[in-house]
Write a protein that binds this ligand. Sequence first.
Ligand SMILES: Nc1ncnc2c1ncn2[C@@H]1O[C@H](COP(=O)(O)OP(=O)(O)OP(=O)(O)O)[C@@H](O)[C@H]1O
Ligand SMILES: [Mg+2]
Length: 245
Amino acid sequence: MPIWERISMPLLELDGVSVSYGKIQAVSDISLTVEEKEIVVILGNNGAGKTTTLRAISGLNPPHHGRILFDGREIHHLPPDKIVSLGITHVPEGRRVFRDMTVLENLDLGGFSRRREKSYLKSRLEMILDLFPRLAERKNQLAGTLSGGEQQMLAMGRAMMVEPRLLMLDEPSLGLAPLFVQLIFNILKETAASGTTVLLVEQNARLALKMADKGYVLETGSVKLSGPAGELAGHDEVVKAYLGG
Ligand SMILES: Nc1ncnc2c1ncn2[C@@H]1O[C@H](COP(=O)(O)OP(=O)(O)OP(=O)(O)O)[C@@H](O)[C@H]1O
Ligand SMILES: [Mg+2]
């Protein structure tokens, strides 16, 4: 492949992806691209197919049609653990942490794919505890006793243990107080600035579009609108449906 094609290749590409649950087609023929170091947001109403799209990328609900390419390589037939080892991590909806394990034990699990690299994991852990001082203060606390916002930080910290190339988050601001939402968005901005690409599903369209480079709006499983975040934020339909205009 010539060098100029390699430079212009998106980090992630979905090409005509469809995903079904039995007879229900949740995602129909979605195409999207995420460039390296971009923050891309997926918006859409409940049931639009946002979670399904992320689950297709991480191999949890493989598409029955279409292709998913990461760094130019087809990944839609790979199992989830292999996809993680390529550098794609997914913070699922509902901030799932292991409730009966401590904060530190949860973070250790995030490093599992590189468990032999002790000094690498040690420095990553220090970095994450610096980024989330709340977690550092509570490192021996059982995750199930953390507040909702702290659990969200833990879920994010766990996904960042192995320096993902692509960090996917499913509604990280859901149910959080405004101050926590701002904090989490600031951390995402820093993470993106340090070279991690971010693909985000969000209901908080106003904040998400302010932070993102590009956005996609899904409606009943298809891409309804897409474009630079600034343009989407000014689009009539987006204003009416998501920005309370
Ligand atoms: N395991 C499943 N079995 C059957 N149908 C499912 C399953 N998971 C999701 N669906 C259906 O697929 C469609 C898309 O769901 P999805 O969870 O992707 O939506 P979403 O955009 O993430 O919505 P929300 O904003 O409510 O989280 C919905 O109609 C949903 O009912
Ligand atoms: Mg969802």
